[in-house]
Design a protein around this ligand. Structure first.
Ligand code: NAP
Length: 248
């Protein structure tokens, strides 16, 4: 079940956190992995080594997903190098939190450009390849904040809600080509992103989770694996919350 042998996945932002967990999970199921990161070459090199040790082909690429031309050129390079791409996971994301009153225009633009436009850039770059092959899986990492909003995250919530709209639109466009597009909406997951929150805000967030603890990166990776698998072939345009009941 959930076998990915012989498949290649592109995963954005997989040098650490949720993206890395997805890469490791896919690789354990036999997939080859091409992943993207932005800055930290050390993390990326470690991830590449851990992936390769699983006996699959893996390569990390430094590429800013918000740069359309760079994203397109890299996807073409990956297709040439790996032969075919079967799965795209749009995971790269950033936060620049602040109440709307004090949020800088540049913080709004930056979050939209990495989280939302990055998802557009990558999806557009694999679109024709998936259409021609008449198969493909697009998995977009949204957030429960995109469903419910969150004070201090107007930029991030807008991007994550936009990702849900994009997912459903692409799902409708590509359904007849046997390409599925789905989104995962994580709740509060223990990663560098949530570790960067003030202690009080972190405790307050965890208190609102019916399960009373943060999620683990593997919780998201397991859901991504299911959506990437043949077993999920009839699911498209769906948003799956993985949040311990937080946005219920
Ligand atoms: P993280 O630990 O901060 O990791 C972010 C990853 O994205 C890193 O690999 C980073 O690369 C990469 N990245 C950032 N900007 C990029 C860019 N412009 N181009 C390419 N790669 C870029 O984040 P995370 O917590 O794992 O979150 C992963 C995804 O889940 C994000 O979309 C986030 O919004 C979403 N999410 C997270 C939570 C949570 O509770 N953690 C909840 C809901 C949704 P470098 O290592 O090179 O910096």
């Amino acid at each position: 079940m959930f076998e990915l042998t012989g498949k290649t996945a592109i995963i954005t932002g997989a040098s650490r956190g949720i993206g890395k967990a997805i890469a490791m999970k896919f690789a354990q199921q036999g997939a080859n992995i091409a992943f993207m990161h932005i800055g930290d070459g050390e993390n990326a090199a470690r991830t590449e080594k851990e992936l390769t040790a699983l006996g699959i082909k893996a390569k990390g690429y430094e590429c800013d997903v918000s740069d359309f031309d760079a994203a397109k050129a890299l996807v073409d390079e990956i297709i040439a190098e790996f032969g075919e791409v079967h799965i795209l996971v749009n995971n790269a994301g950033i936060i620049r939190d602040g109440l709307m009153l004090s949020m800088k225009e540049s913080d709004f633009d930056k979050v939209i450009s990495v989280n939302l436009k990055g998802t557009f850039n990558m999806t557009k770059s694999v679109y024709q390849h998936f259409m021609k092959k008449r198969r493909g899986r697009i998995i977009n990492i949204s957030s429960i904040v995109g469903l419910n909003g969150n004070a201090g995250q107007a930029n991030y919530a807008s991007a994550k809600a936009g990702i849900i709209g994009m997912t459903k639109s692409v799902a409708k466009e590509l359904a007849s080509r046997n390409v599925t597009a789905n989104a995962i909406a994580p709740g509060f997951i223990a990663t560098d992103m949530t570790a960067s929150m003030p202690e009080k805000a972190r405790e307050a967030a965890i208190a609102t989770i019916p399960m009373k603890h943060a999620g683990q990166v593997e919780d998201i990776a397991n859901t991504a694996l299911f959506l990437a698998s043949d077993e999920a072939g009839y699911i498209t345009g769906e948003v799956i919350r993985v949040d311990g009941g937080m946005a219920m």
